[in-house]
Ligand binder design. Structure first.
Ligand SMILES: [Zn+2]
Length: 473
């Protein structure tokens, strides 16, 4: 918990209280940051404005959106282990080289290759109805004739412990609150239900909104537990099943799913704009290039991929070379378990001390509002001071997380080792409407918002990479 949160909770409890005894972030940081450092950071005003202007009004206006659209229209979805993913990696390398950036390395690793086959759920009792579904990542197949069984509706894991689900199909119906609170029913639901003897598990899609659209996602079997088929169903169908069940009706489903699972080789891609003073030190910007097999991966995470691609490109075009190296990483296989990020952390462990700061955008590229920062108090104060440069585009919000906290899916693998980092904050209230569905297309993206994202991402990375001091750990 940070000071501001503490303060607001305090206000909630004691309505009339003020927070004079709890120093604000501003007060804490004003003691930690020297006048000289503040002055130094504010001196970047002109260069950040130059970057913002170039991207929003100059030659780069609309480029992020156009390049993303070209990419998405050419390759479509890019699931882990697919040829489309590998072709899209080659393409990113090609368009980066066209910008005159040739410090590009790819690192091969083994990744899962899960291919969805036919999927169909039919409600047989109390009436016949097709149920919209998407199998969850790495789900096993059912027998050819499917699995026919009665449903037990489960609201939460506590209830699972109290009900008999042996030989039944568990339907989890958690109502979306936040992603992190609700997602365990998707990611652990099958393993937990199988432990109790269920033959399949379904989950109400992890989303606050639906037009009968199921949302897929990753899930994890446990080594010593039977692997049962598992899928997400739409909010509408889940809620109907719940109502029928609560009225005491017997609900029987037939679940038919097929899929295959093997491994392939994929690649992380590292693009370096070498620093002018300390090229061994890195400021990393990143997004993942793989996507789910449904939708187009325009939002998740095409947007994050392209603003991270744009950062070294824009700086190179403007001949703004910071002291430290700007490294753009296009992570592979985020969706099936952060496989690319784990490989990078392990492969580079000996030199990860040189990562000065690591950034990731994987929660939408709507209008940027600031950064969620993981690191010690001094690190957070420095980044907070940098964020003040972005008041003109309303992107000055600092959300503080502690040291070792996760502020992004892929970079969480690195920040939890103590590397300071940040995730992009943006106006992503509708992000989970489209997440992991057929609706993740270019229609979710906006040229103006992507320009703002590119401008902010590029300029913030530039300033941090050029400061006279390292972001401390
Ligand atoms: Zn993502």
């Amino acid at each position: 918990m940070n000071l501001l949160q503490y303060c607001s909770i305090f206000v909630l409890i004691v309505v009339s209280a003020n927070c004079k005894n709890v120093p604000s972030v501003e007060e804490v940081c004003s003691k930690l940051l020297s006048k000289d450092l503040k002055k130094e950071i504010s001196s970047y005003k002109d260069v950040t404005n130059e970057i913002i202007k170039y991207v929003r009004e100059g030659e780069f206006k609309g480029v992020t959106y156009d390049e993303l659209a070209k990419f998405v229209d050419t390759f479509g979805p890019r699931p882990s282990g697919s040829q489309e993913l590998e072709d899209s990696i080659d393409y990113m390398i090609e368009i980066t080289k066209k910008e005159g950036i040739h410090d590009i390395v790819t690192e091969e690793l083994e990744v899962p290759h899960w291919v969805r086959g036919e999927e169909k759920i039919t409600m047989l009792e109390p009436r016949t109805k097709d149920i919209a579904l998407l199998g969850l990542g790495k789900s096993v197949s059912t027998p050819t004739e499917g699995i026919t069984a009665e449903v037990v509706v489960i609201e939460d894991f506590t209830e699972l412990e109290t009900k008999s689900v042996e030989g039944k199909i568990v339907v989890y119906v958690p109502v979306f609150t936040t992603y992190s609170d609700t997602v365990p029913y998707r990611s652990q639901g099958a393993a937990r239900a199988a432990e109790r003897g269920a033959v399949a598990s379904l989950v109400r899609s992890i989303t606050p909104f639906s037009i009968n659209s199921p949302h897929t996602g990753s899930q994890y079997y446990e080594d010593d537990v039977t692997k049962i088929p598992t899928a997400a169903i739409s909010l509408e169908d889940a809620d109907m099943i719940k109502r029928l069940y609560e009225r005491g009706e017997k609900v029987v489903l037939n679940v038919k799913m097929t899929s295959t699972l093997d491994t392939k080789i994929s690649r992380n891609t590292l693009v370096d704009l070498k620093g002018s003073g300390n090229p061994e030190k890195l400021v990393i910007v990143s997004g993942h290039i793989d996507s789910w097999d449904v939708g187009q991966g325009a939002m998740d995470d095409g947007g994050g991929l392209f603003i991270s691609w744009a950062a070294p490109v824009v700086l190179k075009r403007l001949n703004l070379i910071p002291k430290r190296t700007i490294r753009a990483i296009f992570w592979t296989t985020e969706e099936l378990g952060l496989v690319g990020a784990y490989d990078y952390e392990e492969r580079h462990r000996a030199e990860n001390g040189n990562i000065n700061f690591i950034m990731e955008s994987d929660e939408g590229t709507f209008s940027p509002t600031g950064l969620e920062v993981s690191g010690n108090q001094m690190a957070r104060c420095i980044v907070g001071e940098v964020l003040k440069l972005f008041k003109s585009i309303n992107a000055s919000t600092l959300v503080e997380k502690g040291e070792y906290a996760s502020v992004g899916s892929d970079i969480g693998v690195l920040t939890k080792t103590g590397i300071p980092g940040a995730g992009l904050l943006n106006e992503n209230e509708k992000y989970f409407w489209f997440h992991h569905t057929e609706g993740d297309t270019m229609n979710v993206e906006s040229p103006e918002e992507l320009d703002l994202g590119t401008a902010f991402w590029t300029a913030a990375a530039y300033v941090i990479a050029d400061l006279s001091i390292d972001i401390p750990r």
